[in-house]
Ligand binder design. Structure first.
Ligand SMILES: [Zn+2]
Length: 256
């Protein structure tokens, strides 16, 4: 039943139970790295990640609570037991803003957009996140998001190497079309793709009011390549979940 849910997309209890089931007997370790308003914020790692082995992967979802497809796609992907979860160090943050998910709001329970606050350690979840990542280096980081203004899928790719973005978007376009807008949130896109290799600090200062998104801080401090994949949140939920799942399968599958 790929891509279909039998409960609300905002049922955080079901998400936590789903991760418990996936982690049981799989070699994945389920940790609660922080609690917000009594809700556990989860961090999933495997043994190689705990040992700080090189070559790590990072994936997070649910930093914006009104974007629910990514959290279910990440769970579904992990449940499919991709080989990479055994072969490489893996760190997953299944839902960084559980209060927002429950309330179906972009911001957290205090009105904070966490995705402009990743250097703000006065936010408990950010302080705990920074502590959890201390000393980590990732080959690839992925942030899964949605956009209610978009009509298609799109991708921010921050990289120090060769771009894979076009191939990844092509793979996902079996579920939803690529975004055709030339400008998204003030940045120039080509067929749903924006690749940046430099000038990242300028983007933060000029377009984001000095607020650091997760993907940018990851690229500057922790990861060689940083992807932010977006689906249009007004589209059919099962197709949005399928698109995120295909993004992960394509990026972390044997063919890429
Ligand atoms: Zn978002």
């Amino acid at each position: 039943m790929s891509g279909h849910l039998h409960h609300s997309g905002h049922d955080y209890g079901a998400l936590v139970e789903g991760w418990k089931a996936v982690c049981e007997g799989s070699g994945l370790d389920l940790g609660v790295f922080c609690e917000i308003n009594g809700l556990p914020v989860l961090k999933i790692t495997n043994g190689a990640a705990s040992a700080r082995d090189p070559g790590g992967l990072y994936v997070s979802a649910g930093v914006h609570g009104d974007e629910c497809a990514p959290v279910w796609a990440l769970l579904e992907w992990a449940a499919s037991k991709p080989e990479i979860l055994r072969d490489r160090p893996v760190t997953l943050f299944p839902c960084l803003n559980p209060v927002g998910l429950v309330e179906n709001t972009r911001r957290d329970g205090n009105g904070v957009d966490l995705n402009r606050s990743f250097t703000d350690v006065s936010q408990p979840v950010i302080a705990a996140w920074q502590e959890a990542l201390e000393g980590c280096r990732f080959d690839v980081s992925v942030n899964l998001h949605e956009d209610y203004d978009a009509t298609g899928i799109y991708l921010y790719e921050l990289t120090r190497g060769e771009s894979k973005g076009d191939r990844l978007l092509d793979a996902c376009s079996i579920h939803l079309p690529r975004e055709t807008a030339a400008v998204i949130d003030g940045s120039d896109f080509t067929n749903g793709l924006l690749v940046r290799t430099s000038g990242i600090e300028e983007v933060v200062a000029e377009q984001l009011g000095g607020g650091y998104p997760e993907a940018i801080l990851l690229f500057l401090k922790y990861a060689a390549v940083s992807y932010t994949f977006e689906t249009p949140s007004e589209a059919d939920l099962s197709r949005r979940i399928a698109a995120h799942r295909t993004f992960l399968d394509s990026l972390f599958g044997p063919s890429v």
